[in-house]
Write a protein that binds this ligand. Structure first.
Ligand SMILES: [Zn+2]
Length: 335
């Protein structure tokens, strides 16, 4: 903590968020001088250093009730799907529509009691699902409850907020962002087995054919993790297309996969039927796994409106959003 020792606690809270889980010596994400770690925020946003409980640097209270799958409110997820796909519409990762969507999600997370850091990053231009898209700035929204600590284990749940240019992206991936917000609501004041970081990723969708031509936001997030943050991450779950079907795909990139086994056990506790899959590298969990970190994906059931103008809120099923959110909350709350 040498570099941060003389800094007031409130400022540490501002600067750290997720970044404080790493050694300052190796922690690029926490470094105030790091250009890509700017905690830039919208002017209308409330101050990030307090939760809705008003405590300046809140630990999750020791006596808070354990995260409860029955606290899941699928209406929260459906409202996000309707707003993002119905009102905002197509939102490629560098587009004005994407940034409007990011402002909205940031405000929702604040309202639910989470502290949010903006992690800006560059996305190259390219061809996204047949349509040229320009280079530009995108952003990840990184939310915590203020309980992530240096060198202590933590968990991450993420969902990409961007779409391909031709799709309003109800299932891909307002569904994932909706479940992310539902989880944020369900565990805001509850005890989880480890501190949790929620991330709405920018620029997941492909801008070319190669493995380096997609997942730009999650790769930026992973690349800015310090050594201690990498060492203490116990699992990342990507929510990507989680509102179609009646069975929840639980996918790993490789097999066997201990984290996938954890999610399958959580689904069992939540009484959610699952479809275990492997060899899935098509979402943000792959940015973690490809660098040696634990990551799995929930979702991916095929549907007719995929990457088209037909990806509208009507394709998303409220019950499937609920199944997904209950599985995540069971995982976060499990012992
Ligand atoms: Zn997707």
């Amino acid at each position: 903590m040498a570099r941060l020792a003389a800094v007031p606690a409130t400022l540490i809270t501002l600067v750290c968020l997720v970044a404080c889980s790493s050694d300052p010596q190796t922690d690029r994400a926490a470094a105030p001088e790091s250009p890509s770690a700017n905690a830039s925020r919208t002017p209308q946003s409330p101050a990030p250093q307090t939760s809705k409980t008003g405590s300046p640097s809140p630990e999750t209270p020791a006596r808070a009730p354990r995260a409860d799958i029955d606290a899941v409110r699928p209406a929260t997820a459906m409202a996000a799907v309707r707003h993002l796909a119905g009102d905002v519409g197509p939102r490629p990762g560098t587009s004005p529509a994407f940034h409007r969507a990011a402002d909205w999600v940031e405000q929702r997370l604040f309202t639910l009691g989470w502290q949010v850091r903006r992690q800006a990053f560059h996305t190259p231009g390219g061809v996204s699902w047949g349509v040229p898209v320009p280079a530009g700035r995108s952003v990840n929204l990184v939310a915590t409850r203020g309980d992530v600590r240096p060198g202590r284990p933590w968990l991450a749940v993420g969902a990409h907020l961007d779409t391909v240019p031709q799709a309003p992206g109800a299932e891909d991936n307002a569904s994932g962002v909706g479940v992310l917000l539902t989880v944020a609501e369900a565990v805001a004041d509850a005890r989880t087995r480890l501190p949790v970081v929620l991330v709405a990723f920018g620029s997941e969708e492909p801008r070319g054919p190669g493995d380096d031509d997609h997942h730009f936001g999650s790769r930026a997030f992973v690349s800015e993790l310090g050594v201690a943050e990498r060492r203490t991450l116990r699992g990342m779950v990507s929510l990507d297309r989680v509102g179609v079907g009646a069975v929840l795909p639980v996918s790993s990139a490789r097999e066997p996969d201990a984290l996938r086994a954890q999610l399958l056990a959580a689904a069992r506790r939540a009484n959610v039927p699952v479809d275990p899959q492997t060899n899935n590298r098509a979402s943000d969990h792959w940015s973690f796994v490809r660098t040696g970190l634990p990551g799995v994906r929930l979702g991916s059931t095929p549907y007719a409106g995929y990457h088209s103008a037909g990806d509208v809120p009507a394709v998303v099923n409220r019950d499937q959003l609920e199944r997904t959110a209950r599985t995540v909350v069971a995982w976060l709350g499990g012992r």
